[in-house]
Write a protein that binds this ligand. Structure first.
Ligand code: NDP
Length: 451
């Protein structure tokens, strides 16, 4: 049977774009349908703009720290409108590159909303047009949500809106204790907002190493973030142009914005998946096998819509593996083990491998090596901050199972350590590596005493 396309991808985010480009490079007639902007969450309203704002938020500390090194910095002033305009310009440039690369590979872009009519037929709502495809790839990502039961929840925002606020809120409440909450609390605080973090758990960053979690919360509190644990939002009311938030402990806070960062949900609604025999998981993600194939043989899914490991580089890997499997006759499954990850709070966190708690649950004998020290820069700046490092080692094989770093450049360090961990390096391999001096990272090869 003849189809209009070999591949029709729904969603032009990191995973969808990589898959479509590679498929086109392998000779497939490929197209992508996108209802918003090309680039998806990461480029348009996620990782990239977030990191630009993290950079912005750290200048304040840099200006303060400079004094210890002899610099006299006049009172520094921050302008939110300039940051947002420059950030938007950079995002538009990146979106242009994504479009160019898709076009360059020979893939078509339809700016429309796609709904599946059957496993091979996609209807474009705006154009009122139907396209057929041999293979369909669902790469629609996820979206933030706000708990429905909270009275006045329409007064709250999510990270989507935070990137486009007209003004920097003087006082902001961030709800949640995961990646986005920690990162945005750091951004707002660094830019000068009074910042309140409200989290329902007993500690932030569930799933991370216990010590990292406690130390991160402590560092945030030292920087002036007002952290409320075991607490949740009950209601939000408009009050004199501000928002009056009632918390579960009965107290009230008046703030300018309330931002929810309580996880993201897979974008599977309204796609017509139910007409196609595509099974969903209990969290309404597309259920897929190791090759990203759904329960319908010609429909695949990659990235956050599958709710496996919700990170951009993972979506890109999954997109590439899909293209290899389907369009290059090279079945490729993505290895989801030992994926490095970072939380770009201030300070930042970088981790790879098992936490101490997970290692103790899986291995008989676990050795832990750790250190907390004042970074060299802080000796002159006087800043009260520590770098924390922990290596989790299998006592039987000496293999390094996990590495956890909190402090300046943690993300950069972990990307490199991840190579060693992925190669199953042992503690002896770390010890045999000569330190690079003076650096913070050198401590990772100088850890001698078991904790
Ligand atoms: P996370 O899953 O990281 O965190 C969600 C937070 O919300 C948790 O602290 C969770 O608490 C809390 N929570 C869950 N449900 C509720 C509820 N009903 N009421 C109140 N709090 C609740 O999600 P994020 O939204 O922060 O980020 C989404 C995903 O995006 C992440 O999982 C990550 O994969 C990705 N991401 C990655 C980044 C990076 O790589 N740097 C940056 C930003 C996002 P608890 O877990 O204790 O129940």
């Amino acid at each position: 049977m003849d189809y209009d396309f070999d591949l029709l991808t729904i969603g032009a985010g990191s995973g969808g774009v990589r898959a479509t480009r590679m498929a086109a490079t392998y000779g497939a007639k490929a197209a992508v349908v996108e209802e918003y902007r090309v680039g998806g969450t990461c480029v348009i309203r996620g990782c990239v703009p977030k990191k630009l704002m993290v950079y912005a938020s750290r200048y304040g500390e840099d200006f303060d720290d400079a004094a210890g090194f002899g610099w006299h910095v006049p009172h520094a002033k921050f302008d939110w409108a300039t940051l947002i305009a420059n950030k938007d310009r950079e995002i538009a440039r990146l979106e242009g590159l994504y479009r160019k690369n898709l076009g360059g590979a020979g893939a078509a872009i339809f700016e429309d909303r796609a709904v599946l009519r059957d496993p091979h037929t996609v209807h474009l709502l705006k154009a009122n047009k139907t396209l057929t495809a041999k293979t369909v790839l669902i790469a629609t990502g996820g979206r933030p949500w706000i708990p429905e039961e909270i009275e006045g929840n329409d007064l709250a925002i999510t990270s989507n809106e935070a990137f486009h606020l007209k003004d920097l809120p003087r006082c902001v409440m961030v709800v949640g204790g995961g990646y986005i909450a920690i990162e945005f609390a750091g951004i707002f605080k660094g830019l000068g907002s009074r910042t309140v973090l409200v989290h329902h758990g007993d500690e932030v960053l569930r799933g991370f190493d216990r010590e990292i979690r406690e130390r991160m919360r402590h560092e945030m509190q030292k920087r002036g973030i007002d952290v409320h644990l075991k607490s949740s939002v009950v209601s939000i009311r408009a009050h004199n142009g501000r928002k009056l938030v009632r918390l579960s402990d009965g107290t009230e806070q008046e703030v300018d914005e309330v931002m929810f960062a309580v996880g993201r949900r897979p974008n599977t609604g309204g796609l017509g998946l139910e007409h196609c025999g595509v099974e969903l998981t209990s969290r309404r993600a597309v259920a897929v096998d190791a090759y990203s194939r759904s329960s319908q043989a010609n429909i695949y899914a990659v990235g956050d819509v599958t709710d496996r490991v919700n990170l951009t580089p993972v979506a890109i890997r999954e997109g590439a593996a899909f293209a290899e499997t389907v369009f290059n006759d090279a079945p490729t499954a993505v290895d989801h083990v030992d994926i490095p990850t970072a939380v770009f709070g201030t300070p930042e966190i970088g981790v790879v491998g098992l936490t101490e708690e997970a290692a103790r649950a899986q291995f008989d004998k676990v050795d832990v090596y750790k250190t907390a020290f004042r970074p060299m820069r802080a000796t002159m700046s006087g800043r009260d901050t520590l770098i924390f490092m922990k290596l989790v080692v299998d006592g039987a094989s000496d293999r390094v199972l996990g590495c956890h770093v909190m402090g300046e450049s943690a993300a950069e360090m972990i990307q490199c350590v991840a190579i060693a961990v992925k190669m199953k390096a042992t503690k002896r391999d770390f010890d045999a590596t000569v330190a690079l001096h003076p650096s913070a990272a050198e401590e990772l090869v100088l850890l001698k005493t078991k904790a």
